[in-house]
Design a protein around this ligand. Structure first.
Ligand code: B1M
Length: 211
């Protein structure tokens, strides 16, 4: 792998968005393809972020900076990549459930999924059951992700699963849940396909569920 791609991966890891942007431009000027830069520079760097976040060697602010650097690089590559060039790992609709305004963790999960090549549709916070169902119907994602940070709102996950079932959509989508009060026991109790305790594991699980 060329030196510049290794440097892009390492600057992304360090959250240096301006440098990542300049290096991506430099790589393009040196005739590297957008595809190569994405796979061996940006995504490679983001995979390292995921690995070290999981082991506790990186913290939330560092991951957010890396995600910002990823976006800076992607802004240059996006116009050069036709839709079919972008390695889509799968499509994921994600949101924080009704009554819940916490979105830092959900955003991290979304950004890490994007870094891993997933196309994401972020419904934001305080997402009603009907909105989740409508989004699954409209976008036909392989994966639906729900986040909840309050013990009083996690029950909304169960309602959404029931509503998906009622709408005849439950079999068409895998459902992953997460958030501080959510556990794997709760996930299986409500019939979700998976629980992830953190954003890095969410990516691993998403790959497994969709792959
Ligand atoms: Co609130 N809050 N908050 N809060 N808040 C908590 C969650 C709380 C535990 C604090 C406490 O009392 N110790 C408590 C909940 C108690 C409970 O129900 N068990 C609480 C409360 C009570 C409240 C209010 C009710 C306070 C009030 O107004 N009286 C209120 C509710 C508002 C509402 O939502 N309706 C409220 C408000 C707020 C702020 C708006 C001030 C702010 C949110 C800002 C924002 O998100 N934009 C806030 C914050 C920041 C917190 C704490 C301090 C931090 C949450 C956070 O961002 N963590 C939190 C205490 C805490 O958790 N230590 C607290 C960092 C984030 C990276 O972690 O979200 O867990 P987390 O996400 C992780 C994993 O959980 C996982 O991956 C992420 C990354 O590794 N994950 C997923 C998350 N979603 C996932 C989805 C997946 C997979 C993995 O698949 C789809």
């Amino acid at each position: 792998m060329s030196e510049i791609l290794r440097t892009i991966a390492s600057k992304l890891y360090q959250g240096e968005d301006t440098e990542v942007s300049a290096l991506v431009q430099q790589a393009l000027n040196a005739q590297l393809t957008a595809q190569e830069i994405l796979a061996n520079g940006l995504i490679a760097g983001m995979n390292n972020v995921g690995r070290d976040f999981k082991t506790g060697d990186l913290y939330v602010p560092e991951v957010l900076c890396a995600a910002r650097a990823m976006h800076a690089g992607m802004n240059l590559l996006r116009p050069l990549l036709s839709v079919s060039d972008i390695p889509t790992a799968g499509k994921c609709v994600i949101g924080t459930v009704k009554g819940d305004l916490h979105d830092i963790g959900k955003n991290l999960v979304r950004m890490m999924l994007e870094g891993a090549g997933f196309e994401t549709i972020d419904l934001g916070v305080d997402v009603k059951t009907e909105t989740f169902v409508a989004a699954v119907r409209e976008h036909k994602p392989e994966l639906l992700g729900m986040s909840a940070l309050l013990t009083t709102t996690m029950v909304e996950m169960k309602s959404t699963l029931a509503a998906l079932d009622q709408a005849g959509l439950r079999q068409s989508v895998r459902v992953m849940v997460g958030g501080a009060p959510v556990t794997s026991g709760y996930a299986s109790q409500i019939g979700a396909d998976a629980f992830a305790p953190d954003a890095a594991t969410a990516v691993e699980i998403a790959r497994r569920l969709v792959g």
